[in-house]
Design a protein around this ligand. Structure first.
Ligand code: SAH
Length: 257
């Protein structure tokens, strides 16, 4: 019985779960972390890859019980942890080893989870090797949106700063049980090789939140305390938040700091 409060929309079709696992590329000898295994459809697909270990974090104790058999059958390759993914220290689970995250995320906490992991990429550099995450299509489109578009915003900037995100494919509501109201998209985040880590994470969050809170206003008004910095770096005060590139936001944040 799926619980709406836990964002439970399950996938049982192994063609679909295999396709999600394949979107991660070769997983040979990799550690994979899955958030919210639920009844274990995607977990089985991940165990069918050559990953050395699958670590799954689940909040629903009913799912933990249901996955015990699978854990035994996996001969030490599957580790299930009961807990809240928002509070879990992923580095502690992998003992500091690099890992890939693959998950059909609970939509009610998908954005805060993504923000946590982006923060971890910023702090730790190489720990997260790749992320393959399912979102509502509308959220996925915001993540990959280019500058000068309506969907471009805080999520685009934070994601594109540290990763190269692309939408691998969409999934219709009918592949889920129960079907959600919206179409879903699987987003692959490749972590950038050269990370520009100068601005601190909180400052980039701050300046993008401020600029996009009033996204129709000119920057001279939404970022009025930072007009001097913008002028120094040739950022036009008459532009709106959606006209500033990721690099311009980073320059701004770096100098505000
Ligand atoms: N991966 C499964 C289930 C996806 S539904 C499938 O594809 O079929 C989302 C899952 O995330 C559910 O199992 C839900 O119980 C779990 N979940 C919800 N909130 C969570 C949290 N805070 N921490 C860990 N898991 C959570």
């Amino acid at each position: 019985m799926p619980k709406k409060s836990l964002g439970q929309n399950f996938i049982f079709d192994s063609n679909v779960t295999d396709k999600i696992a394949r979107a991660a590329g070769a997983l040979t000898d990799k550690i994979v972390i899955e958030i919210g295994p639920g009844p274990g459809g995607l977990t089985r697909a991940l165990l069918d890859t050559k990953a050395s270990k699958v670590i799954a974090i689940e909040r629903d104790s009913r799912a933990i019980e249901a996955l015990k058999g699978l854990e035994r059958a996996a001969n030490g390759r599957l580790h299930i942890y009961e807990g809240d993914a928002l509070e879990t220290d992923l580095l502690a689970l992998t003992e500091g080893k690099p890992f890939t995250i693959v998950a059909n995320l609970p939509y009610n906490i998908a954005t805060p989870l993504l923000m946590n992991w982006l923060k971890l990429i910023h702090a730790q550099g190489a720990s997260i090797e790749k992320m393959v995450l399912m979102f509502q299509k509308e959220v996925a489109q915001r993540i990959v949106a280019p500058v000068n578009t309506k969907a471009y915003g805080r999520l685009s900037i934070m994601s594109q700063w540290l990763t190269q995100p692309h939408i691998a494919f969409d999934l219709a509501p009918t592949v889920f049980y129960p079907p959600p109201k919206v179409t879903s998209s699987v987003v692959v985040f490749s972590i950038k090789n050269q990370l520009y880590l100068n601005p601190d994470f909180a400052t980039v969050e701050h300046v993008t939140a401020l600029a996009f809170q009033q996204r129709r206003k000119m920057l001279r008004s939404s970022l009025k305390n930072y007009c001097n910095i913008m002028s120094n770096y040739d950022i036009p005060l008459s532009a709106r938040a959606e006209n500033l590139t990721v690099e311009e936001f980073l320059t701004l944040a770096d100098n505000i700091k």
